[in-house]
Write a protein that binds this ligand. Structure first.
Ligand SMILES: Nc1ncnc2c1ncn2[C@@H]1O[C@H](COP(=O)(O)OP(=O)(O)O)[C@@H](O)[C@H]1O
Ligand SMILES: [Mg+2]
Length: 410
């Protein structure tokens, strides 16, 4: 082998590595930016690939191009070169895959890209590392779960995760920090399989530019500083539904039993979602939601049907399901499907007005809506961040199309 540099973990990275050696199956490293999360997880994955010849490992995040730039080029390839040397691995660019001299493979890809989803989910792995999970839907991550099925003697298969913290309503917070089952809110059946650790930039000072914390992180606006310097799970900066608060989340028994009107919103895509609402007087109740990943429209509609989704509205008729107008032919595959109004800004303004007047409530059962509502935000330029917004779109179609159709007056 050529010249090699040993990986010297920081103190906190050593603790993370010992956590990995314990008996847990799901390990989340969260915290501020540039705290060494990705580096230590990539190193762990490299160790595993070296130790178990012929094993297979996956690194995925939302976008393949981000996986390639931030994980592959900045971390994985440099550390492979450092530790085993260039001559001992091959990067097959078109395959998004690296083979090591011992026959092990490391795959890299984006769960948000359709061509990639089928390809990366077409294999079995010994490690699946979800990078920056604040951007990933629960449905996407759990769909990938079944692929952790490769068998290599002696190798205990693992799920690894990392992220800058999202909101305290994000699915990862609920599972890893509150130790609750995401969909039901019940305590986790086997909490011992889930572990998390916080790593902050302060812990990685030795590898950061002198002024990174003092000049860059300290100078961030409050909420960003809490997330990116201190690793706190707080509402994002620039949250669109800023005034939504926990008092607007209702337990199932607290919702009315009948409504003046029902409607639903349907979003299409790799993450396919439906949100159902009821109106009673001026008040909007978000009563149910359902989302899936990499499912055909037909199967999704069958699943909704099986869940008794399309019961009749108060007038004895089926209710409208307002669909993403870009859905084309898919709209006809949805029971009651019609084109939604997609005036994004007016829809958001309408929902915000409802929230401010205390006329907007969400059932605690609506885990998809809740998981996104405090992370749905604008960037510095005021543009909506199009990440983790699948339920937010469906919600807006459900709420605002009725208004636009004149069924409900403003
Ligand atoms: N043990 C280490 N040895 C050398 N450099 C490290 C080590 N851990 C982290 N770094 C460097 O610190 C910076 C931030 O690490 P990274 O893993 O990308 O942080 P995060 O994923 O938490 O944002 C990167 O430049 C990385 O190369
Ligand atoms: Mg990282």
């Amino acid at each position: 082998m050529g010249t090699t540099t040993l990986f010297k973990p920081t103190k906190i990275q050593r603790q993370a590595l010992s956590l990995l050696k314990g008996g847990t199956k799901h390990i989340l490293l969260f915290g501020g930016s540039r705290s060494g999360k990705t580096t230590v997880l990539v190193m762990a994955l490299i160790y595993r690939a070296l130790r178990f010849a012929g094993s297979r490992h996956l690194i995925c995040r939302l976008r393949a191009k981000d996986a390639r730039s931030s994980v592959l080029r900045e971390t994985l390839l440099p550390w492979l070169t450092n530790t085993i040397g260039n001559q001992n691995y091959t990067y097959l660019v078109h395959e998004n895959m690296i083979t090591l001299f011992n026959g092990s493979e490391i795959w890299i890809g984006g769960l948000g890209d359709r061509e990639q989803a089928d390809k990366i989910l077409g294999h079995e792995y010994n490690t699946i590392y979800f990078n920056e999970i604040s951007q990933l839907s629960y449905a996407a991550v759990t769909t990938a779960y079944s692929r952790l099925a490769m068998r290599v003697p002696g190798c205990r298969n693992l799920f690894l995760y990392d992220c800058n913290p999202g909101s305290p309503l994000h699915w990862a917070y609920k599972i890893f920090i509150r130790k609750k089952t995401f969909l039901t809110g019940e305590p986790l059946e086997k909490p011992e399989l889930y572990a998390s650790m916080i790593l902050n930039p302060e812990d990685n000072k030795e590898h950061l530019p002198e002024d990174y914390i003092s000049d860059i992180l300290d100078a961030l606006p409050e909420k960003q500083r809490a997330r990116f310097r201190d690793g706190a799970w707080v509402k994002a900066e620039g949250v669109i539904y800023e005034k939504f608060d926990e008092t607007m989340i209702l337990k199932p028994g607290e919702l009315p039993e009948t409504f003046d009107r029902l409607s639903a919103g349907q979003d299409f895509g790799l993450n396919i979602t439906n949100v159902k609402i009821g109106r009673l007087g001026e008040i909007i109740y978000v009563i149910a939601d359902y989302g899936a990943y990499n499912m055909t429209t037909q199967s999704f509609n069958d699943e909704l049907t099986a869940r008794g989704w399309f019961g009749l509205g108060p007038d004895g008729l089926g209710f409208p399901v307002y669909c993403d107008p870009a859905g084309g032919e898919r709209i006809q595959e949805i029971t009651g499907g019609i084109k939604a109004n997609n005036s994004v800004e007016s829809g958001i303004d309408y929902i915000n007005a409802k929230i401010e007047r205390g006329q907007f409530f969400v059932s605690a059962k609506c885990t998809g809506v809740l998981s996104e509502i405090w992370d749905y935000c604008r960037d510095e330029a005021g543009e909506i961040v199009k990440v983790n917004d699948h339920f937010m779109d469906a919600l807006r179609y459900a709420v605002f199309s009725d208004v636009q159709q004149g069924v409900v007056v403003l």
